[in-house]
Design a protein around this ligand. Sequence first.
Ligand code: ITT
Length: 201
Amino acid sequence: FGLLLATTNRGKMAELRVLLGDLPVEFSSLAEMLPGRPPVSEDGHTFEENALIKARAAAGEAMMVTLAEDSGLSVDALGGQPGVRSARYAREGATDGENNEALLAALKDVPEAERKARFHCVMVLLDPWSEEPPVIVEGRCEGSIGREARGAGGFGYDPLFVVEGFGRTMAELGDDEKNQVSHRSQAVKALRPALEALVAR
Ligand code: ITT
């Protein structure tokens, strides 16, 4: 069957295609199914609210089974920021580089032991033809924020995020390694039974 991957983020899209690649599913993108559509306003206060906003909007417009996700970085020393504002931490429409710079600046005086952080990913699977409630799952990945950008892989805050137990940033891991430990891969793992049930239908 066809599954709409409701994201405008190219890094997410690339990872999702790999993480879900073994399923007998035909993936569609927003660009293909809803070309020219402006992004929905993500005004929720939690990852879950925003993932639901994105899933409902896309599924309702395309009338396709839809997977949407909201993700971000939560830094203890910043009281959980940037959180749901991760994509626009430096400013609305910020580049990944600008957000990384803003985060390093905010943590300039924070010592090593207090730089703990984690990535969150909340995924919503929504079938607009079904009466069932959407399936909602979460994945997390623990780590800490380094003092400089390192590595060329991944996207977003990956060059600053030192993965717990690895001593390397997410951007220094290979794609396969990232896909074994990332918040997104944990969320996909949790979503797998629901996806397999859909495929078997
Ligand atoms: P969509 O809403 O269209 O999916 P987006 O980029 O706006 O795309 P979010 O609102 O969920 O997505 O923001 C997620 C931000 O969190 C993203 O822009 C990155 O800055 C950061 N992020 C999420 N997952 C990440 C990852 O695996 N590695 C690094 N940064 C990540």
